[in-house]
Design a protein around this ligand. Structure first.
Ligand SMILES: Cc1cc2nc3c(=O)[nH]c(=O)nc-3n(C[C@H](O)[C@H](O)[C@H](O)COP(=O)(O)OP(=O)(O)OC[C@H]3O[C@@H](n4cnc5c(N)ncnc54)[C@H](O)[C@@H]3O)c2cc1C
Ligand SMILES: NC(=O)c1ccc[n+]([C@@H]2O[C@H](COP(=O)([O-])OP(=O)(O)OC[C@H]3O[C@@H](n4cnc5c(N)ncnc54)[C@H](O)[C@@H]3O)[C@@H](O)[C@H]2O)c1
Length: 479
C-alpha cells in the first residue's frame, strides 16, 4: 500500500473537482485529485454537451419539417440516424478531449486513479493501492440516475440512462421515457423530432422544474401537442419481452400497454455519496445520512471537509458546480481561514423548444414562504417577433414583491427563454425593482418586448397608482 500526505485531497475530477483543484492550488502544491472513472466530466461526456448536440440535430429536422409554413417547399427529407449519432459522438469527443487535455497537463503527483473512501476523518483509501492522509478533503463526486427498484434486473440492457443514449450508433424505433423532468423532456422531444416513437411517462402532472399553474398549463399544451406525453401516469410496470420492453401504465383510470425498443429512465439523480463510507469521516450527518453544506463556504459544519457540485447541492447545474468547486477548493486551500463567497442569482434553462427558464424564486416557493407578491404575465401567441418567426408558443410569469416593487423571480416556457432568463437573472442579482427594469431599453421588434409586456402587467398590479401607460399595439405592432 502506497502512502501519501497532502494538504487537500479532492475526490472526483468532474467540473466541480477540476475547479476545486485550480482554486486549492493557489494556496498549496500539496494537492491530489482522486478519480475512479474516465476523465472528461459528466457535462462533456454524457450530460450538457451531447444532449445539446442531439437537440441541435432535432432542431434542424424540425426546421425542415416546418419550412412549408413560410412557403419553403422541401421535398423528401430523411433523418439519417447513423449520421446524426456520428456527429453527436464526434463533437462530444472533441469537447471531452479539451477536458482530458487539461487533466493530462496536471503534474502526475496531483492525480490518483481509483475509488476513494474514508477510513478515518483525515484518511482516505484509494482502490486497494494507496492511503492518502489529507488535512482537508473536498467531496466532488457528482450524481447518478435513480432507477426504480428491480428494473435493472428485469430489463437488463433494455433499460438505459442518459449515458447510453450518447453512445448509440443509430437511432432506435421507439423508447419509453420515465420522468418528465429536465432530462426526460429534453431527450424525449429531441428523439421524437428525429423520428423515434416516444412515450413520455410523467407523474402528478409535473413538467420539468415548473411550479406556476399558468405556465405549466402552457407547457402541457406544448408537449402534449407534440409528443406522446402522458403527464400523470400511475402503476407503471415494465417487463422484458422479445427485442424490447412491454410497458403497462394507467392514466385517468384507463390502462395502456405498449411495446418499445428501450426504457429510458430519467427519474432524477442521487448524489454519489453511498460508497464514500462517510460514517468514518467524523461529520455531522442529517436524518437521511447526508452532510449539511454551507452554500457560501462549501464547508460541512465546522469540519475539515468541503463539498461541491452535484454531490452536495439542490441545484445540480454546471455553472453552480463550477462555482461550488471554486469556493470549496479555495476554502480547503486557505483553511482554517475559511471565507464566505457570494452566490449568483438562481437561473435554470431547459433546452426544449420552446425553452423553459426558471429565475430566482419560483411560484411554489414564494407561496410556501408566505411572500406577498404579484404576478405579471405575457402570452406569446400574439407577441410580434415571436409570431414573425412562428415561435409564438408559451407564457412568461414574472413575480414582484408587494410594497417594495422588487423583482423576485420568473417562470417561463417560450421563445428565447435562454436569453430572457439571463436578462432577468442579471436584474435580480442587481436587486432591481420592476420599475427600474422597465426603464431599460427594449428594441423593436424583439421577443424582449414580450418581457416588457409581462413587466408592465406586473407593475400595474404592484402599484396601481404609478402604473405605466397601457401597451399601444398600434404604436409598436405586436409588442
Ligand atoms: C443528460 C444531462 C444533461 C445536462 N445538461 C445540463 C445543461 O444543459 N446545463 C447545465 O447547467 N447542467 C446540465 N447538466 C448537469 C451538469 O452536467 C452537472 O450539474 C455537472 O456536470 C456536475 O458536475 P460535478 O463535478 O458535480 O459531477 P461530475 O462531472 O459527475 O464529476 C464527479 C466525478 O466524481 C467521480 N467519483 C464519484 N465517486 C468517486 C469516488 N468515490 N472516488 C473517486 N471518484 C469518484 C466520478 O467518476 C466523476 O468523474 C446535465 C446533466 C445531465 C445528466
Ligand atoms: N438544461 C439543463 O440545465 C439540464 C439538462 C438536463 C439535466 N439537468 C440537471 O440534471 C438534473 C437531473 O435531471 P432529471 O431529469 O433526472 O431529474 P429531475 O429532478 O429534473 O426530474 C425527474 C422527474 O422524474 C419524476 N419521477 C421520479 N420518479 C418517477 C417515476 N418512478 N415515474 C415517473 N416519474 C418519476 C419526478 O417527479 C421528476 O419530475 C436536473 O435537476 C438538472 O439540474 C440540467
Amino acid at each position: 500500500m502506497k502512502r501519501l500526505a497532502v494538504d487537500v485531497a479532492i475526490i472526483g475530477a468532474g467540473s466541480a473537482g477540476m475547479t476545486a483543484y485550480r482554486a486549492a492550488l493557489a494556496h498549496t502544491d500539496k494537492v491530489v485529485v482522486i478519480e475512479s472513472g474516465d476523465y472528461g466530466t459528466t457535462c462533456a461526456r454524457v450530460g450538457c454537451m451531447p444532449s445539446k448536440l442531439l437537440i441541435a440535430a432535432a432542431d434542424a429536422a424540425h426546421a425542415v419539417a416546418g419550412a412549408g409554413l413560410f412557403g419553403i417547399r422541401v421535398d423528401g427529407y430523411a433523418v439519417d440516424g447513423k449520421a446524426v449519432m456520428r456527429r453527436v459522438r464526434d463533437e462530444r469527443d472533441r469537447f471531452v478531449r479539451f477536458v482530458v487535455d487539461a487533466v493530462e497537463s496536471w503534474p502526475a503527483r496531483h492525480k490518483l486513479h481509483g475509488r476513494a473512501r474514508f477510513v478515518a476523518p483525515h484518511r482516505l483509501q484509494v482502490g486497494d493501492h494507496t492511503e492518502v492522509e489529507a488535512a482537508r478533503v473536498v467531496i466532488a463526486t457528482g450524481s447518478s440516475p435513480v432507477l426504480p427498484p428491480g428494473w435493472r434486473e428485469r430489463l437488463g440492457d433494455r433499460l438505459i440512462v442518459n449515458d447510453d443514449v450518447f453512445s448509440w450508433q443509430d437511432l432506435p424505433r421507439s423508447v419509453a421515457v420515465t420522468g418528465a423532468g429536465v432530462i426526460g423532456l429534453e431527450l424525449s422531444q429531441a428523439l421524437s423530432r428525429l423520428g423515434v416513437q416516444v412515450r413520455l411517462l410523467g407523474r402528478n402532472g409535473r413538467i420539468g422544474p415548473l411550479t406556476d399553474p399558468a405556465v405549466m398549463e402552457a407547457a402541457h399544451a406544448v408537449f402534449t401537442g407534440e409528443l406522446g406525453f402522458s403527464p400523470d401516469t400511475t402503476q407503471v410496470q415494465a417487463k422484458r419481452e422479445d427485442n424490447g420492453v412491454r410497458v403497462d401504465y394507467t392514466e385517468n383510470g384507463i390502462q395502456y400497454s405498449e411495446h418499445v425498443d428501450f426504457m429510458l429512465v430519467a427519474a432524477g439523480r442521487r448524489a454519489n455519496l453511498h460508497d464514500l463510507d462517510l460514517q468514518n469521516a467524523g461529520l455531522g450527518l442529517d436524518e437521511v445520512g447526508v452532510p449539511r453544506v454551507d452554500r457560501q463556504t462549501g464547508r460541512i459544519g465546522e469540519s475539515h471537509v468541503f463539498m461541491a457540485g452535484d454531490a452536495g447541492t439542490d441545484t445540480p447545474l454546471l455553472h453552480e458546480a463550477a462555482d461550488e468547486g471554486y469556493l470549496a477548493g479555495d476554502n480547503a486551500g486557505r483553511y482554517p481561514q475559511v471565507q464566505p463567497h457570494p452566490r449568483r442569482a438562481p437561473l435554470g434553462i431547459m433546452f426544449t423548444d420552446p425553452q423553459i427558464a426558471m429565475v430566482g424564486v419560483g411560484h411554489a416557493a414564494l407561496t410556501d414562504q408566505g411572500v406577498r407578491f404579484e404576478t405579471g404575465f405575457v402570452d406569446f401567441e400574439d407577441q410580434g417577433r415571436s409570431r414573425v418567426m412562428a415561435q409564438n408558443r408559451g407564457r412568461l410569469a414574472v413575480y414582484g414583491e408587494a410594497g417594495t416593487g422588487r423583482f423576485l423571480g420568473a417562470e417561463m416556457i417560450g421563445p428565447a427563454a435562454e436569453h430572457i432568463g439571463h436578462l432577468l437573472a442579471w436584474a435580480l442579482q442587481q436587486h432591481q425593482t420592476v420599475l427600474q427594469m422597465l426603464a431599460s431599453p427594449f428594441y423593436h421588434p424583439t421577443v424582449e418586448e414580450g418581457l416588457r409586456t409581462a413587466l408592465r402587467d406586473l407593475e400595474k398590479r404592484l402599484r396601481p397608482v404609478m402604473a405605466m401607460p397601457d401597451d399601444c399595439m398600434g404604436c409598436t405592432p405586436g409588442t
